[in-house]
Structure formats: C-alpha cells, structure tokens
Write a protein that binds this ligand. Structure first.
Ligand SMILES: [Zn+2]
Length: 359
C-alpha cells in the first residue's frame, strides 16, 4: 500500500469516527511533516452484547476497545414465545442505549449468545431445548425489531471466544472449554481459533445409571453432572416439598459442610472429571477450562473433578494438562458476545477455523 493510500484510509477512518488523532509524533531525520498519531476512538462507535440465558439475560454496551460501559442483568422473560423474547431484547437494547447516553446511530451491531444448535452464518436457531424453538430466524427478527445489524451464535462457542480474546489468564492457544450450566456444552479452541463444528460433550454416555436426559437418551453426562441434574438430585435427597433448592443453594450448603450437599457435588464433579478424562485422552489439550453457572461452586466442584480426572487418566496424559475454572466467571458470555460483534463489524477478523477438517 502506498503512503498516500494509507493516509487517505486513515483520514477516512478519522472521519468515520473509528480513529482519533492523539497528537504528533517526531519528525524523521530527513525532515518533512510530523506524523499524526492516532488511536481507536473510544467514543466514536459502540456495540451491544446480549447473553440470553434461560434464567437471566445480561446485556452490555461496549466501546470499540471492548470496554464495557454499561451492563444490565435481568431475569429472562418467562414466556418463551419468540415474538415476546424479541420484544424483550429490543426493549433492553433501548434501555441500555438510553442509560449509557449513546446515540443509537453510533451502534454498529448486536452480538447475541444463546444455548442450542445455532447456525451463525444464517442467524437461524436450528434447535433450542431451553426455549423450545425450532428453525427460528432470530437474526432477522431482531434486526427488524431493533433496526441494528445482529449476529447470533451458540453461547458456549461465544464464551470460549471471550476467553481467547480477553485472555484473562488464558495465554494458551489450545484449550478445551466446558460450559457447565443448566446443561453442559463444550468448545474446542485450536491455535486460537474456535473449532467450528457442532459437538455434544454433554451427551457423551458416562453412566449405566438409569438417568433420562433431555435429549431422550439415558446416561448422558448432562443428565448427571449439569446444574439441572444437581438441582434434581439435591431436591430429591433433601426431600424438599414446598421449596426448591437451586444449584447455587446446594453449593453454599456444601461449602457449609452439609453432608447431603457434598454428596451431590462430589457425584456431579466425579462424572465431569470422568468426561474430561475422555476429552484428555482424545485431544490432549494443554488446558481445560470450566465455565458456566455450575463452575461458580469453585473448589466444591473442582476437587471431585480433579480426583476423578486423576483416577481415570493415564499419567503421561494427565501430567501435561491443567484444569481451571474460567477467570471470566459469569461474564464469559457477555464478553464473548461483544468480541463476536466487534470482530465482524469493526475489525473484520475471521475467528472460526474452517481449515480444520471435521473428524
Ligand atoms: Zn443427552
């Protein structure tokens, strides 16, 4: 690219408010004009991220450096009728734009993270068991309602993307990410790119126990180690009748040394560790990171995971693998959603590795 072309492009980017002038640099020894120094314009363009969970929704507005300016967390609308959910998200977009004091015209787009089988290219939700949706054109519906360009993708892939780009403690380019929430999902990151083929870690057959999974099969990892499974087991053991213990309540009880609660987490963690052992034997990734709501139990979950992983994994494999709880906590989805839309609309970076063959 010639110097004149670069100057013209920089001028355009300044006019379009993507860049700002931050001063002048040193003149070259040969003389000439002092170069103009530029930086990303933090108040020029914005993006919105939405983490649409079955229980809670998080929405955030960020500048083009990916810094969150305003974040709202609200219980997700109970009625999962598609029109209602689209209006619910659209209202949240209006609310956050207003609260952040940002002109809507400066927003470049919305990134939405949602559970289920999602076709990112078309923006169609092929299947979402949580919302009971099949072949819903969510991208188009949201774009029509909000007037803003929208990208949607599976929440687990989005969370892994958040880890890759924010790198809070994750310098590793090859890792396996597990989203242990209401269900269990996973995403494989190879050389810093998300492996872009749909997979179902939560549905590997892990036990002969007669536990029925949401997918219709028996003995899946998700049916015995997910947040949903933890709640079901705990309420059964505690014999709750008029109340309902959440996975979070059970973790708190386990931390207070309550025996029944510890049994529940030891069992869930034990099966999760066994599932991780299978992954380790196949991929041998440097790191395995556990995120999602269940990971918030911390050591209550991690301890039985490590014990079981150690029990089932051969020494030569397990010595090289580190297992951690995600450093992004419950914000993994929102950071990932922001990253997804920034990459597409501002930086135009390909983040999904299509060169890796399916296997
Ligand atoms: Zn299943």
């Amino acid at each position: 690219m010639s110097k004149t072309t670069v100057s013209r492009l920089v001028k355009e980017l300044i006019e379009e408010k993507y860049l700002i002038e931050v001063g002048e640099g040193q003149s070259k020894k040969s003389g000439g004009r002092k170069p103009v120094l530029t930086a990303l314009n933090n108040s020029g363009r914005y993006v919105i991220g939405v983490d649409l969970g079955v229980t809670n929704t998080i929405i955030a507005v960020a500048n083009i450096n990916g810094e969150i300016l305003k974040k709202i967390r609200k219980p997700t609308i109970r009625n999962h009728n598609i029109g209602g959910v689209v209006s619910y998200i659209s209202n949240l977009v209006e609310q956050i734009t207003e609260q952040a004091g940002i002109e809507k015209s400066l927003i470049k787009g919305i990134g939405v993270a949602i559970g289920g089988v999602i076709e990112r290219e078309t923006g169609i939700v092929r299947f979402s068991s949580n919302f009971s949706w099949k072949n819903v054109y969510l991208k188009k519906l949201l774009e029509e309602k909000t007037g803003l360009y929208t990208l949607i993708d599976n929440c687990t892939r989005v969370m892994a993307l958040g880890l890759v780009w924010h790198q809070k403690g994750i310098s590793e380019k090859n890792f396996f990410f597990i989203n242990a929430g209401f269900g269990i999902g996973s995403s494989l990151v190879i050389d810093g790119s998300i492996y872009d083929i749909h997979s179902e870690f939560g549905h590997i057959p892990i036990t002969y126990e007669n536990v029925l999974c949401q997918c219709g099969k028996k003995g899946c990892l998700e049916a015995i180690a997910s947040g949903n499974a933890i709640e079901r087991k705990a309420n059964q053991l505690y014999n709750t009748k008029n109340s309902w213990l959440t996975a979070k309540n059970v973790a708190e009880r386990a931390k207070n040394n309550e025996q029944l609660a510890k049994i529940v987490y030891n069992e869930a963690g034990g099966y999760l560790g066994k599932g991780i052992s299978i992954v380790a034997n196949i991929f041998n990734p440097k790191k395995i990171i556990i995120g999602g709501g269940v990971s918030q139990a911390g050591d209550i979950l991690l301890k039985p995971v490590m014990e079981s992983f150690s029990k089932y994994t051969m020494d030569i494999i397990k010595e090289d693998i580190e297992i951690n709880i995600s450093p992004l906590g419950m914000d993994g989805g929102i950071y990932g959603a922001i990253t997804m839309i920034l990459n597409e609309r501002i930086f135009n970076i390909s983040i999904f590795n299509k060169d890796i063959p399916a296997f």
